[in-house]
Ligand binder design. Structure first.
Ligand code: PBG
Length: 360
């Protein structure tokens, strides 16, 4: 039997509509059925469009990444991310409280670490009272109902801006994982609900799970940045946290994935799931929708996607110039993630999207 006919059956076409063997491949799939079949009938009115919609974006799908800074001003704009601000802990608590009121389930917390606290060994990463942990404690005390997610990676804390320890120009895997475990334990002690290894070292999910369990923290979840690509779209984020200057001209291609690869994303996800990840993530988002779909189909795991800083910056920049309807394009990009299989979406536009969804 031809592929066309079996595809026709899968699409729900009745046998009477099927084409005879040997007939044109496209005939059974639609064209030949006009004028009886008119797909536009299901698009003609808002109520029928609502009934046949396959995917919906809800505020419950959104995770808001936030930047926290110490000292100085309560709020400081990030020039390459219009609308995004670095916040003091007090301002962060207010902002996250407001996000919680809107129904946003969780935030992802990123510290802006002063250069004086960065070092080759990233010791500040596992300081129980570092900025990230102080902010997490403040959030869990003031807004306990909002989930707090924290990156596990060394780049905010290393003087060279890499996610791992560096020796002779190479990133050390196993030594880095040891430090990541210390970092995660300090985060767990600060009340972080979800640790999110974003470092892409081999074997880190398993070691982090063991370390948490060994400390009696079976309750802390692991969201693995499982398919994280070495992307040019992280530039504005590195501006925001101040790791760009530290990194200089170096790149992260010896640990983050090659944008050329899709099968490798499935292998990375399989490993992280086997090592105990509770949720997996694909990052960036818009240029990797194919990866998102493949990962969701292959593993049926809670699958998150990160609409990263560069994607946000593109949307905002075009909107500022009047080249795009920023709100419409943003909402479309988020719905596209749902269609591609995302269960939750990290986006800097979470608050504006939540307001938009609430307005109906
Ligand atoms: C750090 C980290 C990065 C992002 C999230 N965690 C940057 C990087 O890997 O260089 C990027 C987020 C964004 O661009 O919005 N490991």
């Amino acid at each position: 039997m031809s592929r066309t006919v079996s595809r026709g059956r899968r699409l729900g076409l009745r046998p009477a509509d099927e084409v005879a063997p040997g007939q044109a491949a496209t005939a059974g799939a639609g064209h030949g059925q006009y004028p009886r079949v008119r797909p536009r009938r299901n698009r003609a009115d808002p109520w029928v469009r609502a009934l046949v919609a396959e995917n919906r974006l809800a505020v419950e799908d959104l995770i808001w990444p936030v930047f926290v800074q110490q000292g100085g001003r309560a709020r400081e704009a990030v020039p390459s991310m219009p609308g995004v601000e670095r916040l003091s802990i007090a301002a962060l608590v207010d902002a996250v409280g407001a996000a919680g009121e809107l129904g946003i389930p969780a935030v992802a917390l990123f510290p802006v670490v002063p250069p004086a606290l960065k070092s080759a060994a990233a010791d500040e990463a596992w300081n129980p009272d570092n900025l990230c942990n102080r902010a997490a404690r403040a959030l869990k005390a003031a807004v306990p109902g909002v989930g707090v997610i924290c990156d596990v990676a060394l780049d905010p804390y290393t003087s060279h801006g890499h996610d791992g320890l560096l020796r002779d120009g190479r990133i050390l895997n196993d030594e880095t994982v040891e430090v990541l475990c210390r970092q995660a334990l300090a985060q767990a002690a600060a009340g972080v609900d979800v640790i999110a290894p974003s470092d892409m070292m081999d074997g880190r999910v398993g070691r982090l799970r063991e370390a948490l369990d060994g400390a009696g923290r079976q309750d802390v979840r692991v969201l693995a940045y499982a398919a994280k690509y070495a992307s040019a779209f992280y530039g504005p984020f590195r501006d925001a946290v101040g790791s760009k200057a530290a990194l200089g001209r170096a790149d992260k291609r010896s640990y983050q994935m090659d944008p050329a690869n899709g099968d490798e994303a499935l292998r990375e996800c399989a490993l992280d799931i086997a090592e105990g990840a509770d949720m997996i993530m694909v990052k960036p988002g818009m240029p990797y929708l194919d990866v998102l779909r493949r990962v969701k189909d292959a593993f049926a795991m809670p699958t998150f996607v990160y609409q990263v800083s560069g994607e946000y910056a593109m949307l905002r920049a075009a909107a500022e110039r009047g080249w795009l309807d920023g709100e419409a394009a943003t909402m479309e990009s988020l719905l596209g993630f749902k269609r591609a299989g995302a269960d939750a979406i990290l986006t800097y536009a979470a608050v504006e999207a939540a307001r938009r969804l609430k307005a109906g």
